[in-house]
Design a protein around this ligand. Structure first.
Ligand code: ADP
Ligand code: MG
Length: 294
């Protein structure tokens, strides 16, 4: 199985003073679904920025697809084959949608990624229409992204990332500010994407989402170190750790349900065997698969 990421004793500090990550070590294999959990300020967003190649470790090494990612190899001006390759494989959905949206219309926003991929204008258009259909935002096509609601903006951001069809998805607190129905929609979407082979790393403190979409959880402590990296089930059953990490409070009801019980009953792991009652149409899944095979 392909190794996607390998962090070797990574520390990061902003302006050489503000510690954000301390001695982080973990590896990510292809098709893993991992949640990064931890209280505010523990370093989740910083970690995703490292994984997306937006910033580089202050100490330690970050390797992706068997290449060391550093400012020297990654941030050179002009053509950089590895950087382009990395960008086609990894996509980040930012916590704040407004940071991500810049085009006059939703259509153009989603077309931006595919336009960098050597596709013909016709192919770009087809892909944008397909992704809008899949995410259920076709009716927003001509709207200005900045006039949309929070949930609609989030959907557009997810569509912009999926339009480039990366196989590694990074999401920063994706359910924050979404209504319950949209949260459920997103959890289902991430389950489906995991089932078609995507590697998904989600920073969140939404423990219900953690249970729904991931098999492994990495818990960040307030000292910016990893305090636990284990199966979701083990992490969610560790009440003391969750209390210590500010992820639950004493009066909170804790789910006893086992981790990873799918929201919909899937008949099997294979996409074609999905329960037809599943909200996500099979067309949508086939679309994802087709993209996977491209
Ligand atoms: P989380 O996403 O878990 O809330 P962050 O990665 O955003 O945590 O932040 C980790 C630490 O780094 C915090 O102490 C935060 O204040 C600090 N930090 C984050 N971004 C910046 C920045 N751009 N400049 C300075 N400090 C920052
Ligand atoms: Mg954050």
């Amino acid at each position: 199985m392909e190794m996607i990421f390998d962090l070797r004793n990574v520390s990061y500090s902003y302006a050489r003073r503000i510690n954000a990550l301390k001695d982080i070590c973990f590896k990510v294999n292809q098709n893993e679904q991992i949640s990064i959990i931890g209280s505010n300020g523990s370093g989740k967003s910083t970690l995703l920025s490292i994984l997306d190649g937006l910033i580089y470790p202050t100490v330690g090494e970050f390797h992706a697809f068997d290449n060391k990612i550093s400012e020297e190899v990654f941030n050179t001006i002009g053509d950089n084959a590895f950087r382009s390759y990395f960008r086609t494989r990894v996509g980040l959905v930012f916590q704040n949608s407004d940071v991500q949206l810049f085009s006059p219309t939703v259509f153009e926003e989603i077309a931006f990624g595919p336009m960098q991929l050597n596709l013909t204008p016709g192919e770009v258009k087809t892909r944008v229409l397909e992704v809008m259909e899949m995410i259920g935002i076709t009716k927003l096509k001509d709207r200005s992204p900045h006039t949309l609601s929070g949930g609609e903006k989030k959907k557009v951001c997810i569509a912009t990332v999926l339009a480039s069809n990366p196989d590694v998805l990074l999401l920063d607190e994706p359910t924050a500010g979404l209504d319950p129905r949209t949260q459920l929609w997103l959890a289902e979407l991430l389950q489906e994407l995991g089932d078609v082979g995507k590697t998904i790393i989600t920073a969140t403190h939404d423990l219900e989402l953690v249970e729904q979409i991931s098999k492994r959880a990495i818990v960040m402590g307030e000292d910016h170190r990893i305090v636990m990296d284990e199966d979701v089930e083990k992490v969610l059953n560790n009440v003391e750790l969750l209390l210590d990490s500010n992820l639950i409070h004493e009066h909170m009801h804790i789910h006893s349900k086992l981790a990873h019980e799918h929201l919909h009953t899937h008949k099997g792991k294979h996409v074609h065997e999905h329960d037809t009652e599943c909200d996500l149409s099979s067309t949508r899944i086939e679309l994802l698969l087709a993209k996977e095979l491209e």
